[in-house]
Design a protein around this ligand. Structure first.
Ligand SMILES: [Zn+2]
Length: 315
């Protein structure tokens, strides 16, 4: 087994950005800082006394309405999933994320801005191999007609289907195989989506105060309200894969398995992990993987950084 090509990574340098929170609509600044081997992803609230830190872990998920929120000892960080997906998709295992508010900035509702930030920071190889969560036996959770089925596979792959009763969405299905090339090209730019009447209802309840056409694809009964339209014809199901990757990244491990997901959401993603991890024998933790994923710097992808120019707004 060749350990040389299978090491943990952190960011090479500290990087900073500023955006707004989806729930509060308030400005928040975020710093990514290099972290030692086996540190994982941790969030630090620098706006609070003592700057408390929360480990990004599925056992710390305290809320899954609209987005995934983690918390510990009463301190919470909301909307972690798109950043978590970007870190996993970019091959970053260890990083300290400092925030001066209770939410990760939403940016355009996709992972594109985080990818650009990680690219700016650079990627530093570390001394040890990463841990892999490997599916050993078929495992299934469901709720109503929604389900997640995991089966053994040498690679990390996700087949997701959604079915919304809306003429612009309907049934969509997409299969994605992990490497960072595929993540950046196929998944990272897919935005959160919602229906206008739902957004209005949430906002009347004091939620999603930062939600706007700048950070979600929004439909009325007939059309997409964003001037840009869809970035992919099946942007919605691609975004669901982004959410799923981000929620699974809360294992703190890289993944090996085939995941078939139907009409799920953050709540079922989280329940799946919590139930799976109580079933030794259905999964194994390994280091390193038999078939480690290949990392491609996003800048090496023709057109990717160009495509970001109109996606990422100047801060
Ligand atoms: Zn999302």
């Amino acid at each position: 087994m060749n350990y040389k090509f299978c090491r943990q990574h952190t960011v090479s340098s500290e990087v900073w950005c500023k955006g707004i929170g989806l729930h509060s609509g308030a400005k928040v600044s975020m710093r990514l800082k290099p972290a030692p081997v086996n540190y994982g992803v941790r969030f630090r609230r620098v706006d609070l006394t003592g700057s408390p830190t929360i480990i990004a872990h599925f056992h710390h998920v305290v809320d899954t309405v609209l987005a995934t929120r983690i918390g510990f000892n009463g301190v919470t960080i909301a909307t972690v999933e798109h950043l978590m997906a970007a870190l996993l998709g970019s091959g970053i295992d260890n990083v300290l994320v400092e925030l001066n508010g209770p939410e990760v900035p939403i940016f355009d509702g996709s992972a594109a801005h985080y990818i650009a930030l990680i690219q700016e920071a650079g990627r530093q190889e570390q001394a040890l191999p990463p841990q892999y969560l490997r599916i050993e036996k078929p495992f299934f959770v469901s709720e109503g007609d929604a389900f997640i089925k995991a089966t053994p596979s040498e690679r990390f792959q996700v087949r997701y289907t959604i079915d919304f009763p809306h003429r612009l969405v309907g049934r969509q299905e997409y299969t994605w195989f992990f490497d960072s090339h595929a993540f950046h090209r196929e998944i990272a730019r897919a935005r959160t989506f919602g229906f206008l009447k739902d957004v209005e209802k949430l906002q009347s309840m004091g939620m999603a105060q930062g939600g706007s056409l700048d950070n979600a694809v929004v439909f009325d009964d007939y059309k997409v309200l964003n001037r840009e339209g869809f970035r992919y014809s099946n942007e919605c199901v691609r975004h669901k894969i982004l959410d799923f990757i981000g929620d699974l990244a809360l294992t703190g491990m890289q993944l090996q398995g085939n995941f078939e997901v139907h009409k799920a959401g953050h709540a079922l993603h989280n329940r799946f992990l919590k139930q799976l991890m109580t079933k030794p024998g259905y999964y194994a933790v390994q280091a390193p993987a038999a078939a480690p994923p290949t990392y491609f710097p996003p800048a090496s992808l023709p057109g990717f950084m160009d495509s970001l120019q109109h996606v990422v707004k100047p801060l």
